[in-house]
Ligand binder design. Structure first.
Ligand code: NAD
Ligand code: 44H
Length: 382
């Protein structure tokens, strides 16, 4: 079995690549980072260090690596004969990998089993977004013929993989916990064989539970921690106001998830407590800068803050802790984060109305609008 994995970064090497390797796939990493690809090409293996109370090392071998910026023709041929394509490049990068997947499909022999395509990004229905972009790169007249050659499945991936130290090379330090949930109906009776993954009929409750608990909580700790002057993520939870803010945010999103998806309240309480414990793991060298990265994405309409806050407001409740977290997110000012710089520029030059419309995607008639407008107005420097 062969899998092409786009994005040989933290989660790519430390999670998706590892689980595909353990499932018996030969993994072909594709990335635009030239030095990273060269390092992977020169190494017979790399090690995933699971940090925690019982540190464990796992060795990944049987992989190859291709520079997707300079070896496009080779990559297309690899996709044409692969069993699976996965991505962990970031939701905004999917449109750049879509054309090469489309070209690989066009080369694929009709007799081969459908190519399993799974985007492993922190976003609701990321594979649907990728699929749309792949089909946009296939001439209309060819689409019907290629439909049977591919199966697109949404997934939810969960493992904290922090930024790696410069001397780590291609090895990766990760937390021990992981969860990969894959929506199965697209595969019919032949889902890919990935023993480390869980296959479910409907991903919606799983991706929302993950994004609105793990990622809402994580980002809250990052933004409140930044305001408290802390850099290491686990240290932020030692600040009582940060821990309290995260706890209250997760109570709000949990109430929504329980009401919306019928989750068991006690199970959800245990889930969020476990997650706060994962954030507090001092063996993980994670930072508020990484977890808070790309605040414009994180403040967008269907993401971890506005997404649940909007639904809570639609149900007639005011999301107080989420609004406090949004206020902290607006203050995220990190010089080497392009979106943070852009956000601060907007706060200095644009009206609150423009920012709420363009960043948060809320219409003036929405029940959350006035509250978000007030929070943004307090952060603008006009
Ligand atoms: N790190 C985590 O804890 C974690 C956990 C779950 C999900 N995720 C999600 O996984 C995705 C990747 O996150 P990460 O932390 O691994 O980031 P990362 O920056 O470590 O890795 C992303 C990789 O994608 C590569 N890339 C960028 N553009 C590309 C292109 N056009 N073609 C091929 N490769 C390209 C980059 O060079 C980089 O190596 C994000 O969507 C993130 O939300 C991350
Ligand atoms: O990757 P982002 O920027 O969407 O979010 C940052 C972190 O919250 C995220 O990477 C988590 O570590 C991960 O989602 C845990 O599963």
């Amino acid at each position: 079995m062969k899998a092409i994995h786009f994005g040989a970064g933290n989660i790519g090497r430390g999670f998706v690549g590892l689980l595909l390797h353990e499932a018996g796939y030969e993994v072909v990493f594709a990335d635009v980072n030239g030095p990273l690809i060269e390092a992977l090409q020169q190494a017979p293996s790399y090690t995933v260090h699971e940090a925690g109370e019982t540190p464990t090392d796992k060795v990944v071998d049987n992989f190859r690596a291709l520079n997707s910026a300079t070896s496009e023709a080779d990559l297309i041929n690899e996709i044409a004969t692969a069993d699976a394509v996965t991505t962990a490049v970031g939701p905004t990068v999917l449109r750049f990998v879509a054309p090469v997947i489309a070209a690989g499909l066009a080369r694929r022999e009709a007799g081969l089993p459908p190519l399993a395509v799974m985007a492993c990004e922190n976003a609701i229905n990321a594979t649907d977004v990728l699929a749309e972009q792949v089909w946009a790169n296939v001439p209309e007249g060819d689409r019907a013929a290629l439909k049977g050659r591919v199966a697109f499945a949404n997934t939810a991936v969960d493992r904290i993989v922090p930024g790696q130290s410069k001397d780590a090379g291609i090895d990766v330090t990760v937390e021990a916990f992981y969860e990969w949930v894959i929506e199965s109906p697209a595969f019919g009776s032949a889902p890919p064989s990935i023993p480390g993954a869980t296959f479910v009929e409907d991903l919606a409750p799983y991706i929302e539970r993950k994004l609105f608990t793990v990622n809402t909580g994580h980002a809250t700790v990052a933004y409140l921690g930044t305001q408290a002057g802390v850099s290491k993520l686990s240290d932020a939870l030692l600040v009582p106001s940060v821990a309290d803010g995260a706890r209250r945010v997760l109570e709000e999103t949990s109430a929504l998830l329980v009401a919306k998806h019928g989750l068991d309240e006690a199970t959800q309480r245990a889930y969020r407590q476990k997650i706060l414990g994962r954030f507090a793991n001092p063996s993980l060298p994670d930072t508020v800068e990484r977890v808070g990265r790309q605040p414009l994405r994180k403040l967008s309409r269907h993401e971890r803050f506005i997404g649940p806050a909007a639904e809570i407001a639609e149900r007639g409740t005011r999301p107080v802790a989420l609004l406090e977290a949004i206020a902290a997110a607006l203050r995220f000012d990190v010089a080497d984060d392009e979106q943070s710089v852009e956000l601060q520029r907007m706060l200095a030059t644009d009206s609150a109305e423009t920012i709420v419309a363009n960043v948060c995607g809320l219409e003036a008639t929405h029940p959350l609008y006035a509250d978000v407008l007030a929070v943004v107005a307090a952060a603008t420097r006009l």
